[in-house]
Design a protein around this ligand. Sequence first.
Ligand SMILES: Nc1ncnc2c1ncn2[C@@H]1O[C@H](COP(=O)(O)OP(=O)(O)OP(=O)(O)O)[C@@H](O)[C@H]1O
Ligand SMILES: [Mg+2]
Length: 386
Amino acid sequence: MKPIDNSTGKLRVAVLYGGRSGEHEISLRSAASVIRLLDRKRFEVLPVAIDKTGRWRFVSLSQIVRPDASIPESLPIPADAPLVVMPPNPSQQKSSAGVLLPLESGSSQKPIPFDLVFPVMHGPMCEDGTIQGFLELAEVPYVGCGVLASSAGMDKEISKRLVRDSGIPIVPYISVKSGEWQRDEKYWAEQIAKLGYPVFVKPANLGSSVGIHRVKEPTALKAAMEDAFRYDTKVLVEVAVNAREIELAVLENPEYGKPALVSLPGEVTPTHEFYSYEAKYLDENGAALTIPARLSDAQIEAAQKIARKAFSALECEGLARCDLFIDKNTGEFFFNEVNTIPGFTSISMYPKMWEATGLPYVELLSKLVDLALARHQRKKALVRAR
Ligand SMILES: Nc1ncnc2c1ncn2[C@@H]1O[C@H](COP(=O)(O)OP(=O)(O)OP(=O)(O)O)[C@@H](O)[C@H]1O
Ligand SMILES: [Mg+2]
């Protein structure tokens, strides 16, 4: 089976979208923007969908592009798009970094070679190091954080511990495993009471505010914990800060070894009690986004310093969005979390903050691709075995 020719001379970017997480639908929107705005002068775009059951499909652009040449706001996953697999045996490939093979025997589809992968999927099994590990095995270049930063960044507790270790303030919290909670709810309720109500209860490894509760009093704790344990076996309970929510876009420095580049900060002001799932996705007016955030120059500098430090503490590569709280009463900053594959729609904070800082979306995507290729070259040059 010979791969088809790449007659265009362009880099073939496989854009991975969909995924098995609860944030599948958001990925369909993020990837639509990425596919729309990847520079066609440099790149050939190969959309590859992962459906909710984990099947991979090669979607041809002609199945996505509308008759008027526009790309829909949310990408489809056509049921007749051929099923494909990515084999972890790159040595067979001479003319490309990787290849997608048709799964169905007797399929008329030829192998599909590509040069790198741009994963545009959010949440567990997408952003948490699993896909990244898979791409490492396949030895293909890919955009964004590697395995370690992806998985550490996904875990709200591990990321806090690493960031705290580099001297960045975090909100006081307690982490509880489901087994510990089941064995001694009373003990944990007492520990949590010591933090002081209200508290935030959240699954450790999830996004989009799924399973997150603001708990005002001890009587409401049990139901909140039980709901959070539906989504993860580890739950974080945090002191609720009366906070403004500040986000920053971080990009690996194209000059290898130099500190990461940080955008101007943006602010999210939820109109709900907090930035809940409803406020994020179900209510059009769920939050006001202000870019740049109304902060003093000194505050902007402090926020950027924290974001840069957190990116480095978590060993991020490529990109990450760093979310901070600023205490309305004391003005103190706290690190809340990183998102290693942040929302990427044209109205998402990550690309918007870069635009406000002078880096247009199209150029941002090109930089991310270049960073992915550069990292791959560095890793390929390493001695792996003697
Ligand atoms: N300790 C806290 N104090 C005040 N508000 C909080 C606290 N923790 C969470 N929140 C509120 O809940 C929202 C969601 O929490 P968080 O950002 O930790 O998780 P997430 O948004 O689900 O993760 P992701 O951004 O990866 O989707 C925050 O944006 C904020 O509005
Ligand atoms: Mg968040």
